[in-house]
Design a protein around this ligand. Sequence first.
Ligand code: GUN
Length: 284
Amino acid sequence: MTARIIDGKALSEQVREGVRLRTQALRTKGVVPGLTVLLVGENAASQVYVRNKAAACEKAGMHSRVIQLGADTSEEELLNIIENLNEDPGVHGILVQLPLPGHIDTGLVIETISAAKDVDGFHISNAGLLMTGRPLFRPCTPYGIMKMLESENAVVRGAEAVIVGASNIVGKPMAMLLLAAGATVTLCNSKTRDLGAQTRRADILIVATGRPGIVTGDMIKPGAIVIDVGINRLPDGKLVGDVDFESARQVAGAITPVPGGVGPMTIAMLLVNTIEAAERSTAS
Ligand code: GUN
């Protein structure tokens, strides 16, 4: 069997077209949805991500602003900027690109963003709302993965879902979304004793570790849906995921490619969260 390839790029374009239409509708009411992205320091990968996010906003008709700050920006300066953005009615979404330089307390920065503008869904209040089944903003990558599963007509209810990687950004919120959709969820971490024994039980396997090739074809249940969140640059410059694509595609029923899988969906869902923030701001 050769797996079906889940085309994240095509699906993300559909989602983005929906956002564009909603943006147009808001604009007729005099509201221009706006996202402000804060980038601290010179991390090359972050710069690419931020550029892509800003370009996607503009393509959808939204206003986007990138505030680039030096690596030596103090925590206090950053918190002041966020507080001003919290008060700015033209800013519907605020995103602080991670990672931040070591002298800045990431948790404090995220908690300073107004939960109503936290389009990343990382604020402790948004994490709590998600955990208790009343999500306001869902973190973009897990949210995009749920959309991909939906587009595949995947049966989530009652399925065995195994997530490899327990980060706050992907693994933990992913577990909450799958649980809410009725899956039986296993969340693996770097201490998991026999990873293959876990992954081989998965009808839906999500891998988000940042370790290229951590999951190989022999660790996959035949016919499983495999979602690869990893984006790793190899020494030869090649971009690969966390799943060994060539061996996995021989076993899986469907699989996301890298690039062109989860990545474009993350950006699309950021736009969805931003338009929702803007729509909410006009409803009140
Ligand atoms: N760094 C890597 N992924 C993300 C993300 O989804 N949001 C933010 N803010 N920073 C990131």
